[in-house]
Design a protein around this ligand. Structure first.
Ligand SMILES: Cc1cc2nc3c(=O)[nH]c(=O)nc-3n(C[C@H](O)[C@H](O)[C@H](O)COP(=O)(O)OP(=O)(O)OC[C@H]3O[C@@H](n4cnc5c(N)ncnc54)[C@H](O)[C@@H]3O)c2cc1C
Length: 329
C-alpha cells in the first residue's frame, strides 16, 4: 500500500502526533511525508528520522502562514501527482479543515479521530470512538485516497533515527490565499493536553479546604499549586474539570471533557473530580486513571483503576514527595 502522512506544524514546530501517524503508516507500506510551509529543512530532516521513505515538500512563501485554502489546494495537487492509497493526518483543527477540503477536491471521504487501523487488502479499516466514546465504530472509505485523521497518542511514536535520508520531491504552492494573517499573539496558556503523557487534573474539590475558611478562590490557588507540583515531578500537564474553569480558577485551555479536550495520556490523575459523564468522555482513552476523592461513592471510581478515598490536600503532597524520592527529582 502507498501512504502519505501529512506533517502538521506551526511555523516549523511539528505537532507530535504527526510522528505517531508516520509510525502507524509504516506498518502498511511505503510512506511519503508531506510538509508544507516555509523554512522546512528541519521538518524534512525530522520526517526522515521518524521513518519517512521520501518527503514531498512545498517550501513556498505563499504557504508561510497556515490558510486552509492554499494548504488544501497544494496538498490536493501533490496527491493528484503521487496517487497514494491513503493519507494519514494527526487530528488537529487545521488537519480537519485540510482533509475535508482535499476530500472534496479529490472526490473522496474523510474518517476522523481514528484510534486503530488495520488493512483489509489495499483498504485501511479504521476503528474510532463514536457517541462520546460509548461505541467503537469500524469504518472504511472506498474512494481513493482515503483521508484518515488519527487521535493524538493513540498510536506509538516511532524511534527517532538521526541520519536517515531519502529523496525530497519539491512542489510549488497552488491557489491564491483568500485570507490574510495579520499576526499572532500568545494565548492565555501554553498547555498542550493532547500531547501530555501524564495529566494531573483538579475539580471542584480543590476549592474545599477548611484552612481557607470558605475562601474558595484561595483554596483553589493552593489546590492547583499542589497539583502543579505533582505534574511537574511527573513531567506532566495540569488539567481541570469544567466546574473550576467556569468558576475562573484556571483557564479554559486546561479543561478536559466533552466541551474541553479529549485526552489520551498514559496516566490521568483526577483529584476532587466527581466523574460526571461530560468529564469522563474526555478521558476514555487514558491508559490508566487514578482518582482521589473524599466521597467513596463518587462515580469517578467506576472508571479509575486505582482509587484513593481521602482529602486531596493531604494526599497529593504526600504523593509528590513519594514520587520525588522514587524518581530522584
Ligand atoms: C453540555 C455540558 C457540557 C459539559 N462539559 C464538561 C466538560 O467538558 N468537562 C467537565 O469536566 N464537565 C463538563 N460539564 C459539567 C459536568 O456535568 C460537571 O458539572 C462537572 O464535570 C463537575 O465538575 P467537578 O467534578 O469538578 O465538580 P463536582 O461534581 O462538584 O465534584 C467535586 C468532587 O470533589 C470531591 N471533593 C470535594 N472536596 C474534596 C477534597 N478536599 N479532596 C478530595 N475530593 C474532594 C467531592 O466528593 C466531589 O466528588 C458539562 C456539562 C454540560 C451540561
Amino acid at each position: 500500500m502507498k501512504l502519505c502522512v501529512y506533517i502538521d506544524h506551526f511555523q516549523g514546530d511539528a505537532v507530535s502526533a504527526s510522528w505517531e501517524a508516520l509510525g502507524a503508516a509504516r506498518a502498511f507500506g511505503q510512506v511519503s511525508a508531506v510538509v508544507l510551509g516555509t523554512g522546512l529543512e528541519g521538518l524534512i530532516e525530522a520526517a526522515f528520522a521518524f521513518g519517512a521513505d521520501e518527503v514531498l515538500a512545498a517550501d513556498d512563501p505563499a504557504l508561510a502562514d497556515f490558510r486552509p485554502e492554499t494548504y488544501a489546494s497544494t496538498l490536493s495537487a501533490i496527491l493528484t501527482d503521487t496517487a497514494p492509497d491513503a493519507v494519514l493526518l494527526p487530528s488537529t483543527t487545521r488537519t480537519r479543515e485540510v482533509a475535508a477540503m482535499c476530500a472534496i477536491d479529490l472526490q473522496s471521504g474523510v474518517l476522523t479521530d481514528a484510534t486503530g487501523l488495520e488493512a483489509e487488502g489495499e483498504t485501511l479499516v479504521v476503528t474510532r470512538p463514536i457517541y462520546e466514546g460509548k461505541l467503537f465504530e469500524k469504518a472504511a472509505c472506498m474512494a481513493r485516497p482515503q483521508f484518515i485523521t488519527l487521535r493524538a497518542r493513540a498510536f506509538a511514536r516511532p524511534a527517532h533515527q538521526p541520519g536517515r535520508h531519502g529523496e525530497v520531491r519539491r512542489y510549488a504552492a497552488v491557489g491564491q490565499p483568500l485570507t490574510v494573517v495579520e499576526g499572532y499573539a500568545p494565548g492565555e496558556s501554553g498547555v498542550s493536553l493532547a500531547d501530555a503523557g501524564v495529566i494531573v487534573s483538579g475539580g471542584r474539590g480543590v476549592t474545599n479546604h477548611p484552612a481557607f475558611g470558605g475562601d474558595e478562590a484561595a483554596a483553589a490557588r493552593e489546590g492547583f499549586q499542589l497539583l502543579g507540583e505533582l505534574a511537574g515531578v511527573l513531567g506532566g500537564a495540569v488539567g481541570a474539570s469544567r466546574a473550576v474553569v467556569d468558576a475562573g480558577y484556571i483557564p479554559y485551555a486546561h479543561q478536559v471533557g466533552q466541551t474541553g479536550k479529549v485526552v489520551s495520556p498514559d496516566l490521568y490523575i483526577a483529584a476532587g473530580i466527581s466523574g460526571a459523564i461530560q468529564h469522563i468522555v474526555g478521558i476514555r482513552s487514558a491508559k490508566l486513571v487514578v482518582a482521589i476523592n473524599k466521597d467513596p461513592e463518587a462515580p469517578i471510581f467506576q472508571v479509575a483503576r486505582y482509587g484513593v478515598v481521602g482529602d486531596l490536600f493531604t494526599f497529593v503532597p504526600a504523593l509528590t514527595q513519594a514520587f520525588k524520592k522514587k524518581l530522584g527529582r
